[in-house]
Design a protein around this ligand. Structure first.
Ligand code: GDP
Ligand code: MG
Length: 682
């Protein structure tokens, strides 16, 4: 399958899917099985041995988590499933988002005991944003307390999904509700499938699930509805077609289950991916805009002009590689392409088929494929790559501002130079990692999405680049806002005498600021009355009004932090002929706005995290008390089967080091996840 020389692959036989889940639900374990059964890997690496094939960065193996979304091709029954393993840790949500953007469908893995967990909700929201068709795999069915039906219920209740059972685990077998068959997984690794027609007693056991599936199919298809109404038995093919249609339209969410660790239930999942999730051609057309911002359709056509999205940059063997998804047209080594956003062009040196940790050169890539490009120096995450004379912009990838920072320094200036170079490369791979210099102290601050995110960056600096770095304590990124309203005016006047010349700069300005609700950003109102009457401002003078207002908003009076949640209105600008240069206006406006801000009074905003803490019931009291002492606002506490989950908002500042504290409060059994929610006064 795709692609040898020359011909576009048959896309109806391709599935680009992601596997996503709350941490520890078993994504990596499941993915390992998929690789093994599809022959993409010859041995099964277990997560706890630090050997998993998809977790190929050394740091991932040390931390036992998945960081980089790696893509692997899995041939299955005459199709190619391209699996993107997405990370589960919240510090790395940008990785999840990037991969969602280029997927055609996803499998969400649930822990059969826990059902929907906080990160499941995050993944669900992201998938919803990209209209991704979804299936669920209820894993860990071997655990005491695992319950397939209750996991379906949690998706319905907590996510508002429409679960429809397809394959139900019973004991160490799986009953297929559409094909009426039972699967047994024999052999050392469950690779020997034994399939038999379902016997009546077992069928009786799953009758309720079968009924739920039939009713769902009936809802989707009138012919099936008629048959079901008369107690008849619809043909499996008709059922598959109805379920596929419902899944593609995101009306239903098929449910399968098993025990990945014991090699149970994986092959039926692969079959269902082929049957129920869309090929690239079955997805709605990608949307793009032309250079004037007008929407243009981008149809999945290998013969059209090239349109591809760069969704990840990664250093492989020290060289820059760009992951792209082609949406239209084709790409060949040596092609000169346009980066539509920047207007720059560059040449693609090599194209590789994608796999975790191994690369295979190919002669061409076509619409619908995900490939790896080498030789591109400029293309970066979110860029649209297109044919030079057919520019188009695909919707870009959202990046988030980092919320945590660390002061770092090196021992020698030589190391410092190297550090800057390496960090530059890191930032290309990961736009949520940012290096800044504190303008007052000259200190370098590395910012990221969380403690683990920064820690892993350090470990890479030491291990891969042999850099010794000293780091301060992590500190949260802060913002400032104002209280109420404020007024300010300025009279800027300078005269410079230089030899014969006399340069005069002069402008007056008046501004007003007003606080806005949280999380609204800054609103600028920039149409001041101009004095004297009848004075006309040139374009650069008008621009300088905006520049001045923006200058003032970049650093607040409390800690010099970025301001937000306020309206800045420049009310009046008084000009004095040629002395009112753009520069003079800019300074006058900035000063007026600063004075207005100062007169309003300020407040410091800190990152507040939407947090969920899951602990054994007996630790609940202590953990709740501790959370309250950290300034958390508790929204909800739920207890089920001896496990309590607490949903709350908490300031990130107070959650630093919480992983360790929570462990000691719960004898290592507590877990928590957090996602940035907003900057707020705490
Ligand atoms: P991920 O964080 O979602 O990638 O989860 P992993 O695949 O790393 O698995 C987390 C832990 O759960 C590991 O210790 C696995 O061995 C274990 N695990 C995975 N699948 C199963 C399963 O089906 N049953 C049981 N009992 N444990 C499992
Ligand atoms: Mg994993």
């Amino acid at each position: 399958m795709p692609p040898s020389k020359g011909n576009a692959p048959d896309l109806s036989h391709v599935r680009n899917i992601g596997i996503a889940a709350h941490i520890d639900a078993g994504k990596t374990t499941l993915t390992e099985r998929i690789l093994y059964y599809t022959g993409a890997s010859h041995k099964i690496g277990e997560v706890h041995d630090g050997e998993a094939h998809m977790d190929y960065l050394a740091e991932e193996q040390a931390h036992g988590i998945t960081i980089m979304a790696a893509v692997t091709q899995c041939p299955w029954k005459n199709h190619v499933i391209q699996v993107v393993d997405t990370p589960g840790h919240v510090d790395f949500t940008i990785e999840v988002e990037r991969s969602m953007r280029v997927l055609d469908g996803a499998v969400i893995v649930l822990d059969g005991v826990r059902g929907v967990e906080p990160q499941t909700e995050t993944v669900w929201r992201q998938a919803t944003r990209f209209d991704l068709p979804l299936m669920f795999f209820v894993n860990k069915m071997d655990r005491p307390g695992a319950d397939f039906g209750r996991s379906m219920e949690s998706v319905q209740k907590r996510l508002g999904g429409e679960p429809v059972p397809v394959c139900v685990p019973v004991g160490d077998e799986v009953v297929h509700l559409v094909d009426k068959e039972v699967y047994r997984f024999e052999g050392e690794r469950g690779e020997q499938l034994q399939v038999r027609p379902c016997e009546p007693e077992l069928w009786e056991e799953v009758a309720e699930f079968r009924e739920a599936m039939l009713l769902a199919a009936a809802d989707l298809d009138d012919d099936i509805a008629e048959i079901v109404l008369e107690d008849g038995e619809p043909e499996p093919e008709a059922l598959w077609a109805a379920l596929r249609k419902g899944t593609l339209e995101r009306k239903i969410h098929p449910f399968l289950g098993g025990t990945a660790l014991k090699n149970q239930g994986v092959q039926p999942l692969l079959d269902s991916v082929l049957k129920l999730l869309p090929s690239p051609t079955q997805r709605p057309q990608a949307s793009g805009t032309d250079m004037e911002g007008n929407p243009v359709p981008v149809s999945m056509d290998a013969k059209g002009p090239l349109a591809a999205l760069a969704f990840k940059v990664q250093l492989i063997d020290g060289r820059r590689h760009v992951f792209v998804r082609l949406y239209r047209g084709s790409l060949h080594p040596g092609d000169n392409v346009l980066l539509a956003g920047t207007g720059e062009t560059e040449r693609v040196a090599r194209i590789f088929d994608i796999d975790a940790n191994k690369k295979k050169r190919i002669e061409a890539a076509y619409a619908g494929q995900i490939v790896l490009l080498a030789g591109m120096r400029k293309a970066t995450t979110g860029d649209t790559i297109c044919q030079v004379d057919e520019p188009v912009l695909l919707e870009s990838i959202q990046t988030r501002d980092p919320v945590l920072g660390l002061a770092i320094e090196t021992d020698s200036t030589q190391d410092e130079k190297k550090l800057l170079e390496v960090l530059q490369k890191f930032q290309e791979e990961d736009p949520t990692l940012v290096l800044e210099e504190d303008p007052e102290t000259g200190q370098r601050i590395l910012r990221g999405m969380g403690e683990l995110h920064l820690q892993i960056a350090f470990e890479r600096l030491e291990r891969e680049f042999k850099l010794k770095i000293r780091a301060g304590k992590p500190a949260v990124v802060v913002r400032e806002s104002i209280l109420g309203t404020g007024q300010g005016s300025s009279e800027f006047h300078r005269v410079f005498e230089q030899e014969e010349a006399r340069i005069e700069m002069r402008a007056n300005a008046t501004a007003q600021v007003e606080s806005l609700p949280r999380d609204t950003g800054i609103e600028f109102v920039l149409s001041p009355t101009i004095e004297p009457d009848g004075a006309q401002l040139k374009a650069d003078q008008l621009q300088s009004i905006e520049d001045g207002a923006r200058d003032a908003a970049t650093s607040g009076p409390l800690q010099g932090a970025q301001l937000q949640d306020l309206k800045i209105q420049v009310q009046k600008v008084e000009t004095f002929g040629p002395a009112s240069s753009p520069q003079a206006i800019r300074v006058a406006v900035a000063e007026a706005v600063r004075k207005a801000i100062a007169s309003a009074g300020s407040t410091l905003l800190q990152p507040v995290m939407a947090t969920e803490v899951v602990v054994p019931e007996e630790s609940l009291g202590g953990v709740l008390g501790d959370l309250q002492a950290r300034g958390a606002l508790i929204h909800d506490t739920r207890t089920e089967l001896g496990t309590a989950s607490i949903t709350c908002d908490a300031p990130l500042q107070k959650l630093l080091g919480y992983t360790t504290d929570l462990r000691s409060m719960t004898r290592g059994r507590g877990q928590f996840t957090m996602t940035f929610d907003r900057f707020d006064a705490v």
